[in-house]
Design a protein around this ligand. Sequence first.
Ligand code: HEM
Length: 472
Amino acid sequence: MNAPVDVRRASKIRDLARVTRPLGSPLCAPAAADLEHIPGKKGLPWVGVLPEAAADPLLFAQRMHQRFGPVHRFYALGEWNVQLVGPEASELLLFDSQRNFSATHGWSRVLGPLFPGGLLLRDFEDHRVHRRAVGSAFKPDLVAAGLQIFENQTRAMIDRVSGTRLFFYRELREVALEAAALGFLGLSPGADSQEFSLAFTALVSATVAILPGWLPGSSLHRGRTGRRLLEKFINARIAERRIGGGDDLFSQLCIARYDDGTPLTNQEIVDHLIFVLAAAHDTLTSCLASTIYFLAAEPDWQAQVRSECRAAGLYKNDVHANVQLLSELPVTDAVIREALRLNTPAPIIWRRAIRRFEFNGITIPAGTPTATNVLLTHRLPEHWRNPEQFDPHRFLLPAPDRHRFAWTPFGGGVHMCLGLHHAMLHAKSFLAQLLERNEVVLDPGYSPRWYWWPNCRPLDGLPVTLVRLSER
Ligand code: HEM
């Protein structure tokens, strides 16, 4: 009998091909002629539709959908891509019961240069084995300890900015970064966490770089430098963390085991830690910025969230009690879900077809980079009544007819967000503390300018005023 493939080690594309070969997976792009039957747009030479898509990703997606329907193609950066729209499309790509799609080869163009070895850069059995090991690090104690740190950071920030006008998104990013340094890496405030912050900021700001990484000064070049610094920073601390003890993600990854009992290698710890940090950081900041904006725009909902959080009796007992209480706030939960519907932090989810497949009667060849547009799916009038309206009732009332992939801010299927629970807890905790003592107020006539790629964010930093409730 042949020895089984050691899928745990199969992180390089060469090895991955061994894992996926039984599925018959040509990984190169299809010939343009094989895509001609799919309606779509080419745009300019090489850059294709990129200028138009980058100017306003939502408007671009709406135009393409209107003109070409739920299966269309567009050309960008020298390659044809297929975009699918609608819950059925998300189910097909994310649930992927036929194992037709590779996340590795879908995301590698965007995340590959900076996040090799992360969970989204892994497929099938290799992914399953790594996800179990990384998931085992997300123990209840880690969640509680992370929440405690986040609450401390949040409290300090709110004390500092209460009663002022501020650019909320910018403040949030800083708090989230500091909370990640302390909570995920177990660093203490000061020089260590500053060194980490600088390297990490350079890394995440390069996620959508277009210029080549060898070009000094390009954001990819800066991102690679950031990644190298982070790797060095983490590697220097692995040996002491392997001895064990900490409640932070880093320490837990250092003692995590695969199913066969072996520990993660140093490189695997580095890859997973950096990827989780990046996956957590901008998404949570985006979610909070959107929720705060909608609550400021809808003072009635803001008042309802405030009174629900007050009535829950949060922060009277230890953090474990808070974890429980925060899990049970239906109005706050519905408000966050509705904000995630309209301003979904991860608007497009990429895969690459490893086999030919069919959707809506159109055949798409193997090798095609294929995306599901979650941002647009969350706004389809056939699935959401008055889709542009912020209405948390949608998530407070039962909706038995809703397609299970109509709302997928956290994805779905085997790659579904590992930090979903973490994100919801942190978002609720932040809102409870902020609204306890403050009314969030927008400038008169304010209209936000959201941008959608790679994460949803307010281009103007979201100016708001926090009016102390005692002063009302
Ligand atoms: C509101 C906040 C968040 C949103 C909207 C979000 C969204 C997503 C989405 C859409 C995916 C799946 C992508 C795909 O299938 O291609 C994903 C995966 C992932 N997320 Fe999140 N995320 C959030 C917060 C977090 C946090 C706080 C963490 C960590 C604590 C985290 C860790 C991960 C990881 C590790 C994966 C990869 C899972 C896998 O491939 O198995 N996320 N996230």
